[in-house]
Write a protein that binds this ligand. Structure first.
Ligand SMILES: CC(C)(COP(=O)(O)OP(=O)(O)OC[C@H]1O[C@@H](n2cnc3c(N)ncnc32)[C@H](O)[C@@H]1OP(=O)(O)O)[C@@H](O)C(=O)NCCC(=O)NCCS
Length: 111
């Protein structure tokens, strides 16, 4: 599994991962059919598939995790932890002092 920058050719696999990752959560109705363009776009790729993704925006010292999703077949393997670690490192390098994130009420996102 590799953490890397999103590339335009990832879009279909990225959208599939986002839909499947949200399907069993309180975000089931938050469906995107085009990828939004945030300031930081990371993906976790495995065997040519996007298995996790993290989008973040940056506004001066404040950063926001806009989306973090791991494909249901690849959860509890540390992918979200690896994405968050890489994102925090890169956001700090770009001047972020705070990182916030919004969740609904799924247990895994609140832990
Ligand atoms: C939340 C989510 C991103 C976690 O991804 P993941 O790759 O499975 O997480 P990790 O394997 O890195 O887990 C890191 C730690 O988070 C906690 N955690 C993760 N999923 C959990 C769950 N379902 N229940 C309880 N704790 C959980 C654990 O402490 C875990 O460490 P451990 O496995 O050593 O116990 C994933 O479940 C997901 O995609 N959820 C749906 C999307 C979503 O709601 N995103 C948030 C809003 S944008």
């Amino acid at each position: 599994m590799t953490i890397r920058n999103y590339q335009p050719t990832d879009e279909q696999s990225w959208l599939r991962c986002r839909v499947l990752g949200f399907l069993d959560t309180a975000y089931f109705d938050d469906v995107a059919t085009r990828k939004p363009p945030p300031d930081l776009e990371l993906v976790a790729a495995s065997d040519g598939q996007i298995v996790g993704l993290l989008d973040a925006s940056l506004n001066g010292p404040e950063a926001t995790i806009e989306t973090i999703v791991v494909h249901p077949d690849h959860r509890r393997r540390g992918i979200a932890r690896a994405l968050l670690h890489e994102a925090c490192t890169r956001l700090a390098d770009r001047g972020a002092l705070y990182v916030d994130a919004w969740t609904r009420d799924d247990e895994g996102t609140l832990t």
